[in-house]
Design a protein around this ligand. Structure first.
Ligand SMILES: Nc1ncnc2c1ncn2[C@@H]1O[C@H](COP(=O)(O)OP(=O)(O)OP(=O)(O)O)[C@@H](O)[C@H]1O
Ligand SMILES: [Mg+2]
Length: 345
C-alpha cells in the first residue's frame, strides 16, 4: 500500500477535514465527531461563538458582529488557526485532555488525491497545533476504498468515486495503490449552486442556501430521474422587489440544471478509464464502480453514472463517513499489509 500501515497503526487519532464536514476517529473509541466544518466568530472580540451544526444553522441569519466562516475550502485548509480552534471545540475538552496525556501523540489525516505540498502542509500544521508530534497523511481515495471494504490489496482492479462537497475524485486501484486518478472540481456545492442559479435566472427567485437540500428532496425520492411529481412549490425572495414569493417549478427543468455540473464528473470517469491498462478495464466491466462521499446520496446520481458508463454502479453503505472509517480501520491495524515477496514462494 502506498501508505505506511506500520506508522498508521501507531497513530492515536485520525481527522478527515472536508469542505463540508469534519470527522474525527479516535483509536479504540470510533468515530467521535461528524459535524459541519463551520465556525461562528464574534468579530468584535475574536472569540468563537459556535462550531459545527449550530454554527451552520446560523449561516445567513447572523447580526453584523457575528461572522460564519468555513476554514476548509475546496478540500484544503485555508485558515489554519480557525481550523485548529474549530477542531478543538468539536473534539471537546475531555477528549483533548485524554489525547494530550499520550506521550508522543500521533495523528493521521486524509488529503485529496492531488493535494499540493502547500495544502498538505496546511493539514499537518493544523494537527500539530492540536498537540500531535507527528502526522501521517493518507490519500482520501485509499482511505475511502478501505472504508467501504474494497479489496485494495489484491491484484484486481477496483474503481472508486469519492463524491465530496468541493470535488469528485475518481480512481482505479490495484495492489493497494492508485493506478490512475482524476479530481474534478465539481461536487455537492456545485450542484447546489446550479439549482440556486437556475431559480435566479429563470424564476427571478433568490433561494436561501438552506432550502436547496429540501428542494432536492422535493424532486421526489427520485431526484434526477423522471419519475416523480412534475412540479413543486418553492418559497424564496423575489430578485427585483425583495419580497417573499412562491413559485411553481418544473422538476424536469431543475434536473436539467443539475446535469451540467454532473457531466463534468462523467468526463472525469471517462478520462480515468481511458488511461487505465486494458487488463484492469476488463476487471472493472463486471465489478463496476463504487460511489462514496456525501454527494453519492444525491438522488439519481448513481443512475446517471450507470447510464453514462454502462457499468454496474454501487453506493457504499454510509457513503459519507467511508474515508474516516477507512482511516480508523488502518489505525486499529485491521488492514493486513500485502507481502510482495516472490522469493519466499
Ligand atoms: N442526502 C443527500 N443528498 C444530496 N446531497 C447530499 C446528501 N447528503 C450530503 N450531501 C452532499 O454531500 C456533500 C458533503 O459530502 P461529504 O461529507 O463527503 O463532503 P466533505 O468530505 O466535507 O467534502 P470534500 O471531501 O469535498 O472536502 C455536501 O455538498 C452535501 O450537499
Ligand atoms: Mg471528504
Amino acid at each position: 500500500m502506498s501508505v505506511s500501515l506500520e506508522q498508521l497503526r501507531r497513530c492515536h487519532f485520525a481527522v478527515d477535514l472536508g469542505a463540508a464536514r469534519t470527522r474525527v476517529y479516535v483509536k479504540g473509541t470510533g468515530l467521535v465527531v461528524d459535524q459541519p466544518s463551520v465556525a461562528a466568530v464574534n468579530v468584535r472580540s475574536g472569540s468563537l461563538i459556535a462550531v459545527g451544526d449550530f454554527a451552520e444553522q446560523m449561516t445567513g441569519r447572523t447580526p453584523d458582529y457575528i461572522r460564519v466562516v468555513r476554514p476548509v475550502s475546496g478540500g484544503t485548509v485555508v485558515d489554519i488557526d480557525m481550523a485548529q480552534r474549530m477542531l478543538r471545540h468539536l473534539m471537546g475538552d475531555k477528549l483533548r485532555r485524554a489525547l494530550r496525556r499520550k506521550a508522543r501523540l500521533r495523528a493521521a489525516a486524509c488529503t485529496p488525491h492531488d493535494a499540493d505540498p502547500l495544502a498538505q502542509r496546511a493539514t499537518i500544521e493544523t494537527l500539530l497545533g492540536l498537540g500531535a508530534r507527528r502526522v501521517e497523511l493518507v490519500d482520501t481515495l485509499i482511505a475511502a476504498a478501505v472504508g467501504c471494504g474494497l479489496p485494495v490489496e489484491r491484484p484486481e482492479a477496483t474503481m472508486i468515486m469519492v463524491c465530496g462537497a468541493a470535488a469528485t475524485q475518481v480512481a482505479v486501484l490495484s495492489l493497494g495503490s492508485i493506478v490512475t486518478a482524476q479530481r474534478v472540481p465539481v461536487g455537492g456545492e456545485a450542484v447546489d449552486q446550479a439549482i440556486v442559479q437556475y431559480l435566479r435566472h429563470t424564476h427571478e427567485l433568490m433561494l436561501p442556501s438552506q432550502s436547496v437540500r429540501p428542494l432536492q428532496l422535493a424532486l421526489s425520492g427520485n431526484g434526477l430521474t423522471p419519475q416523480g411529481p412534475p412540479e413543486t412549490e418553492i418559497n424564496g425572495r423575489d430578485v427585483a422587489t425583495g419580497l417573499p414569493r412562491t413559485v411553481r417549478v418544473r422538476t424536469s427543468a431543475v434536473r436539467e440544471a443539475i446535469q451540467t455540473p454532473l457531466t463534468a464528473v462523467l468526463d472525469g470517469i471517462g478520462k480515468v478509464l481511458r488511461a487505465c491498462p486494458p487488463d484492469l478495464v476488463a476487471d472493472l466491466a463486471d465489478r463496476g464502480i463504487i460511489m462514496v462521499g456525501g454527494s453519492a446520496l444525491l438522488p439519481g446520481f448513481d443512475q446517471m453514472v450507470r447510464e453514462g458508463t454502462g457499468m454496474p454502479v454501487l453506493i457504499a453503505e454510509r457513503p459519507d463517513v467511508c474515508a474516516a472509517r477507512g482511516l480508523g480501520e488502518m489505525l486499529e491495524g485491521r488492514i493486513e499489509p500485502l507481502v510482495l515477496d516472490p522469493l519466499a514462494a
